[in-house]
Structures are given as structure tokens and as C-alpha cells.
Design a binder for this molecule. Structure first.
Ligand SMILES: [Zn+2]
Length: 494
């Protein structure tokens, strides 16, 4: 859940593609990697124009991670690799974006992004070089440019995918986001080609080529774990397991005396204090609680439900069921803002009707001292079918929030015994409570005799990080315990 509301850029992106399609200038360009001629709608100048425009969008939507030293470090390694690539003269840039997801992506024209979530899972510089090299490979082999071409030729515009759209999402505007470019999927062959180029560029700059298969192994472990439905490198880069098998022999070919740099300690020293998980500006999940220090709101979801915090909403799901809760800001049409005559009830019913929900029952109430309209609604949730929903629309100042829970009609009465009290936990935090909410950060720990991933995770307390995740962050499977004296990453508060 963001601090400020966003403006979907769908229109602008479509406009670019349309303009290119209308220009009709199907150019033929030489692919810099293969050396073959290739039909492409994009000239290098067009690649740069699209990259530049989308770069501004990404910086605005995701935000740049606030650590100039770390940014400079990644940028230096990136340029070292790009200089040795097939397109050394592009205006390359390398940016860490402020997202907890594990992702890396590239725009046409040489714009490369790594998320801070990915930085926490990398374990040394050779893995970092491998990921950067892979993304450089997508640009030098013109994969992104080709993806644009395919989409434009199919005349479907760019598919707008949201950061996280559960199939059961009851609110239509959950799907609106401008970040379509991130989720352009590359084909399997293109992924393997990028892996190969990642090995080539990384080892060219002196890095141990084994970093590539090693980090693909980490991704395969994350994939097997798939704790949360947050899209990351896995959804845009499918099947990491089989890529390990393909990348290992390639890496073997590039092993040389010149390509030996791993630089684990150097890398770890750079990421000390790295923000891990939710950022305070998006609100923080702690167990079954969601706290937003800037909006100063808090909700306690039912015990045991799994929470997912996305830029559009906070979702909670009872594991293995179709029982959901959602918390989000309500977009109020500009014409309604400041109109004293519209009651919260009117706004609530109108918003629910726009989402396809009819009122069964509703009344004005106070929830922890705030004006609220609490209603029960009937409607259809994509993927779940007919559902009943309890939704409270709650006003804090000029802002309106909705906290709702829903389940298939026959199950609703039973589930509502958990939903109703959870809805009623919605509260406005005091300034003091808000100031105590601290994000999680990466720190280090030297393993002692008798320690295990389980005992190290348990020391941090509930709601931080699971033993399995801790092991994966440290390049191991949870069944392989760390040895005394090992320096391992841990997650701490503050
Ligand atoms: Zn890729």
C-alpha cells in the first residue's frame, strides 16, 4: 500500500506503441549479438526514446532505493561489464529500485534495474555480475526491442499486468498500473541466451563464471518455496532449475585464471543495513498485523492468514481456502471530493456498485472512534464465483479506506466470525505508535557451535524471517546447516 495514490500510465504506453505502429517504418536492423539481419520496428533511436520514457515511469512508480553508495557500487560494476558487451556505446545505467520483490529487468536502450529484494538474495559479487550480465544480454541481443515488436505487430498494445492481481480480486482497479514493461516476458531461448551472455560478460570483467549457475540455484530454491504470490524474477524468468543445468557447462567453458573474482566479503560489506521486506512508505507486515507508519493506520488480520502487501492493496488469505480479506485506499472521483452532501455510506455503496457488488445490508457505525459505513454485499469474485462480503468504508480525515472480507456464499457466515472482529481492528495509530514501527534490515552473524538455521531464525522472533528463507539468502538449502565461524546474513529490526 503506497503513501500516495498513483496515476496509471496505461494511456501513455499505448500511445507510444500506437505511434510506432502507425509510423509503419518496419526497419531491418543487424542484431549486435548474432550479426544477423532482423526485422525490427525499433531503430536504436527508438529504443533509446522508449527506454528514456519508461525509465522516468519506473523511477516514479517504484522509486529509487535511497543509498547513493550502493547505487554507485552497482553502477560501477555494471559499466565494467557493459564496456565489454556487444553494445559498449549505449548510455548504460544501472539502478537499484525500491522494491522488496526479487527481480531484475532491462529496458531497450540500456536501462538496467535490480530490486533491493534481489540484492538481499545475492551472496557475492560474481552473482551480482551474473545477474547484471544477464540483463545486459537482453539489451545487446535486442530481446526487449523484439518483445515490443511482437506486441505491436499483434496489434494488441501492451498487456497491462498489475504487480499482483489475485484471481479473486473483488476490485476492478487493482489491475491498474503503468509498469507493463517490467513484465514483458522473454521466450525460453532468449533467457538461455541472456544466461550465456551473462556468463560471457561477467567472466570478461574477471568474475568467476560459476556465479551465474549459483544464483540460478538460489532462484530455484525460492521458486520451490514460493511463499508469497508476489511476482519476481520467477514469473518473468521461468524455470530456473533447468537453467542451472544449461548454465553450468557454459560457465565451465569460461573458467580461466583471469576470471576468478568472487568478492564475497566486499559484497556483504556493501549491503549491511539494506532494507529487507516492506518499506515503511508502503506499510509493514508483522505476522498477521499490517501497520502503516506514514498513513498511521493499523489492521490486525485473523491469526494464521497469509498477508501480501502490494502497491495497490494489502491482501490476506486463509491458507488453502477461498477466504480473503483486503485493505486499500478508496479512489474517490474528483467530483465527490469535498462534497459535504455525500455521506460515507453513499460513496461506499457507489464504489461497491462500480465493482459489481449489490448491498444486502448496511449501516453507519464507529470503528475505534472513526466514522465508518459497514455493509454486507453480494457479488461475483473472479475465480471464486458468487461471494458474500463484509466491507467497512472508514474515513480518516479526507482519506477513505476500505477493509473487507469475503468468502463463497455458503461458507461466509462461518468465516465472518473471523472477518468481523478483524475489520473492527482498523485503527488510527498515534504519532508515538507510528514512530516505533521500524523496517527490517540485513545484518550479519558469525555462526557458533550448535547453531542451526532454525535457531538463528528463532533468535530474531516471530514475523521476521523463516529458517528456509535464511538458508536460501545464504546460498544454501535449509537441510545444509552453516558451520561455526561462517559469516551469514540475518534479518534484524531497525
Ligand atoms: Zn531474463
Amino acid at each position: 500500500m503506497p503513501h500516495t495514490s498513483r496515476h496509471p500510465a496505461e494511456g501513455r504506453i499505448r500511445a507510444v506503441v500506437l505511434a510506432l505502429a502507425l509510423a509503419g517504418a518496419t526497419a531491418c536492423a543487424i542484431n549486435p549479438v548474432s550479426g544477423k539481419r532482423q526485422v525490427s520496428l525499433l531503430s536504436e533511436a527508438e529504443e533509446l526514446a522508449i527506454g528514456q520514457q519508461q525509465d522516468a515511469e519506473i523511477r516514479r512508480e517504484m522509486g529509487v532505493y535511497d543509498d547513493p553508495d550502493l547505487q554507485r557500487y552497482v553502477n560501477e560494476i555494471g559499466h565494467e561489464l557493459a564496456r565489454r558487451s556487444h553494445r559498449p556505446n549505449l548510455p548504460w545505467s544501472f539502478t537499484i529500485v525500491d522494491s522488496p520483490a526479487i527481480n531484475a529487468f532491462a529496458l531497450p536502450g540500456g536501462y538496467i534495474y535490480l530490486t533491493r529484494g534481489l540484492m538481499a538474495y545475492l551472496d557475492d559479487e560474481s552473482e551480482l555480475a551474473g545477474v547484471i550480465g544477464h540483463e545486459i544480454g537482453h539489451v545487446t541481443a535486442r530481446h526487449a526491442a523484439q518483445a515490443y515488436t511482437r506486441q505491436a505487430q499483434a496489434n494488441i498494445g501492451l498487456t497491462i499486468l498489475s504487480i499482483f492481481v489475485p484471481s479473486t480480486a473483488p476490485f476492478t482497479d487493482l489491475g491498474a498500473t503503468g509498469l507493463s514493461v517490467l513484465f514483458l516476458k522473454h521466450g525460453r531461448e532468449q533467457e538461455l541466451e541472456a544466461d550465456r551472455l551473462g556468463v560471457e560478460y561477467g567472466s570478461g570483467a574477471g568474475y568467476d563464471p560459476a556465479g551465474v549457475p549459483r544464483f540460478l540455484t538460489t532462484l530455484a530454491r525460492v521458486s520451490a518455496l514460493s511463499e508469497r504470490g508476489v511476482p519476481n524474477w520467477l514469473s518473468t524468468h521461468p524455470d530456473p532449475g533447468s537453467r542451472v543445468a544449461k548454465a553450468e557447462p557454459v560457465a565451465g567453458k569460461f573458467v580461466s585464471d583471469e576470471a576468478k573474482r568472487v568478492n564475497r566479503d566486499q559484497y556483504l560489506d556493501r549491503i549491511r543495513g539494506l532494507l529487507y521486506g516492506d518499506s515503511p512508505k508502503d506499510g509493514i507486515v508483522r505476522g498477521s498485523e499490517f501497520l502503516h507508519p506514514l498513513l498511521r493506520i493499523g489492521v490486525t488480520f485473523p491469526e494464521g492468514w497469509e498477508l501480501t502487501n502490494t502497491p495497490q492493496a494489502v491482501m490476506a488469505q486463509e491458507p488453502g481456502t477461498e477466504h480473503f480479506m483486503v485493505l486499500q485506499e478508496v479512489e474517490q472521483p474528483a467530483t465527490l471530493r469535498g462534497q459535504q452532501t455525500r455521506s460515507i455510506g453513499d460513496v461506499a455503496v457507489a464504489a461497491m456498485r462500480r465493482a459489481g457488488y449489490r448491498v444486502v445490508d448496511g449501516s453507519m457505525q464507529r470503528i475505534n472512534g472513526n466514522d465508518a459505513h459497514v455493509g454486507v454485499y453480494r457479488g461475483e469474485a473472479k475465480g471464486t464465483g458468487k461471494v458474500l462480503m463484509r466491507a467497512a468504508h472508514i474515513a480518516i480525515g479526507r482519506q477513505l479506506y476500505v477493509v473487507a472480507g469475503f468468502a463463497p456464499e455458503p461458507a461466509f457466515a462461518g468465516v465472518d466470525r473471523e472477518i468481523k472482529p478483524a475489520v473492527e481492528t482498523f485503527r488510527h495509530l498515534t504519532a508515538q505508535e507510528a514512530s516505533r514501527i521500524q523496517p527490517n534490515r540485513i545484518d550479519f552473524y558469525t555462526v557458533r557451535q550448535g547453531d542451526s538455521w532454525q535457531s538463528i531464525a528463532a533468535r530474531q522472533g516471530k514475523g521476521y524471517v523463516k529458517a528456509t528463507t535464511l538458508a536460501i539468502m545464504n546460498d544454501r538449502d535449509v537441510s545444509t546447516q552453516p558451520a561455526p565461524g561462517d559469516r551469514v546474513k540475518i534479518v534484524v529490526a531497525g
